[in-house]
Design a protein around this ligand. Structure first.
Ligand SMILES: CC(C)(COP(=O)(O)OP(=O)(O)OC[C@H]1O[C@@H](n2cnc3c(N)ncnc32)[C@H](O)[C@@H]1OP(=O)(O)O)[C@@H](O)C(=O)NCCC(=O)NCCS
Length: 158
């Protein structure tokens, strides 16, 4: 599949919001397109680091990262989502690789949280070298445990 990566722009936010809303995460957390569009727009306005994969001129997937978002010291993947129509075709892998590329000089491990019910995403991260390192019960929602997953940089590096 052909796509390019570029910084996310305000015009992309409604399409990217729909990718989140139309997912197990959006369904379980009750996100609305309006609210998620506002969240992404506010993130951009605050100088957040968001990038999008574009295919045939349209957003195919996006990621929101915070280079020191994990305990103010390690890179944190805040959000990643792909257009439901093209999940499973490599866009997510490219976005994850871009997260790691952009933050390769920060901290010692890449970090993220994934909900206990989101088994496809857990499998996706495991295939890309992330392992379970902890559990945060009731962290984002009562009754849901967020799983902390980490991927170490090459052992022996500073
Ligand atoms: C998790 C997510 C970002 C992965 O993106 P993606 O573009 O589907 O990922 P890829 O295509 O790179 O890889 C998906 C893997 O599942 C397989 N797959 C096959 N069909 C699939 C489908 N319909 N949906 C998802 N994955 C599928 C792919 O073959 C691939 O396997 P591989 O890693 O062994 O090659 C995406 O599925 C998504 O947006 N999920 C909903 C939002 C979400 O849960 N975000 C994570 C919150 S922590």
């Amino acid at each position: 599949m052909n796509f390019t990566l570029r910084p996310l722009e305000r015009a992309d936010t409604p399409a990217c919001a729909r990718m989140v809303v139309n997912s197990v995460v959006g369904e379980r957390y009750g996100f609305t397109a309006e609210r998620m569009t506002k969240t992404l727009t506010e993130a951009l306005d605050a100088g957040g680091d968001l990038f999008v994969a574009v295919q045939e001129g349209k957003p195919a997937g996006f990621a929101w990262i915070d280079p020191k978002g994990a305990f103010s010291s390690a890179p944190y993947l805040r959000l990643i989502a792909v257009d439901p129509q093209i999940r499973g075709s490599g866009v997510g892998a490219a976005l994850l690789a871009e997260f790691e590329r952009r933050t390769e000089a920060v901290g010692r491990s890449w970090c993220l949280l994934v909900s206990d019910f989101n088994l496809p995403a857990q499998a996706f991260y495991e295939r890309h070298g992330y392992t379970r390192c902890g559990a945060l019960p009731d962290f984002a929602r009562a009754g849901v445990t967020e799983i902390l997953m980490m991927k170490p940089r090459v052992p022996g590096t500073p």
